[in-house]
Design a protein around this ligand. Structure first.
Ligand code: C2E
Ligand code: MG
Ligand code: MG
Ligand code: MG
Length: 276
């Protein structure tokens, strides 16, 4: 049996795996280079209030042009950037872009917030809270117009440090949302310890509404949010039926292709000029 186990391990270490590792390394090298050459982009997806149907803000989403007109998905390269430690610098750059956009909103008289995704390695930077505060101050942005989106994996990584960091940022004014809520299967006890503003209902719990019982989880999250005094925002809303059901369930906000896809900054500003 041991021999069989050893065989399985050996079998797994095939040229395939080597190829995969080489591919990953190549991608990381290319990503580092493109970041340094300022080739990464930040796109923005509007978020809407379900009661007023108005835009309330947007989420900053990284885009990596592949060179042939396509984009490599952040679902692929963000995990690589996390492993390679690159996400610390890239994430800081995204925050700066978000602050610049927020500044432009204010110049245009738009009262909108910008949400930024934050990864585990960013919280490991010793002065992360200071760095965020400084960045916001340097851009002359109102702290409560910047929201940080953290996943349960971020929260559970080093819960005490994360609570401390987020509490400091909250007292400065920054808003905090839990992203992909419900997909992390973590203990819910952290919810009461974190200074949260919002729960983001993952697309997984939205996509099959109204065809299956997956609406039950969306309903649960919305009711949990209400009891904890948190807003709820559903992501990945693609149909009118989903929006209506979410609204009836008491969900506050939505983000999804039904209303607007992620778009470059220039397009976003045009979109807002027509939709606010
Ligand atoms: P996320 O933070 O959960 O972002 C929402 C994702 O859902 C985005 O994918 C968005 O384009 C997509 N989405 C929104 N509405 C719909 C819809 O109606 N239908 C469908 N099918 N998808 C929708 P995207 O842009 O590919 O980003 C994937 C993930 O990459 C993000 O998930 C986030 O975890 C990560 N990511 C993106 N930008 C950053 C960043 O600047 N920093 C970090 N750390 N992670 C990032
Ligand atoms: Mg997000
Ligand atoms: Mg999400
Ligand atoms: Mg996600």
């Amino acid at each position: 049996n041991q021999a069989k186990q050893a065989r399985t391990v050996l079998d797994r270490y095939t040229p395939d795996l080597e190829e995969k590792m080489a591919w990953r390394l190549g991608l990381i090298r290319q990503l580092r280079q493109d970041f340094e050459l300022n080739k990464l982009e930040v796109w923005y997806q509007p978020q809407f209030s379900l009661s007023s149907n108005k835009v309330i803000g947007c989420e900053a989403l990284l885009r990596w042009p592949s060179g042939n007109g396509d984009y490599i998905s952040p679902g692929i390269f963000v995990p690589l950037a996390e492993d390679a430690g690159l996400i610390v610098d890239i994430g800081q750059w995204v925050l700066e872009q978000a602050c610049k956009l927020q500044q432009q909103f204010t110049e245009r008289g738009l009262d909108l917030s910008v949400a930024v995704n934050v990864s585990v390695p960013q919280f490991k930077v010793s002065n992360y809270a200071e760095l965020v505060k400084e960045t916001i101050l340097n851009h002359g942005v109102e702290p409560n117009k910047i929201e940080l989106e953290v996943t349960e994996s971020v929260v559970m990584d080093e819960i005490n440090t994360v609570i401390e960091t987020l509490t400091e940022l909250k007292s400065f004014g920054v808003e905090v949302a839990i992203d992909d809520f419900g997909t992390g299967f973590s203990s819910l006890s952290y919810l009461q310890q974190l200074p949260l503003a919002r729960l983001k209902i993952d697309r997984a719990f939205v996509k099959d509404i109204p065809d299956t019982d997956s609406g039950a989880i969306a309903e649960l999250v919305i009711s949990l949010g209400r009891h904890l005094g948190l807003k709820t925002i559903a992501e990945g809303v693609e149909t009118q039926a989903q929006a209506k059901i979410l609204k009836d369930l008491g969900c506050d906000e939505v983000q999804g292709f039904l209303l607007a896809k992620p778009m470059p900054k220039k397009e976003l500003l045009e979109f807002l000029a027509q939709n606010t």
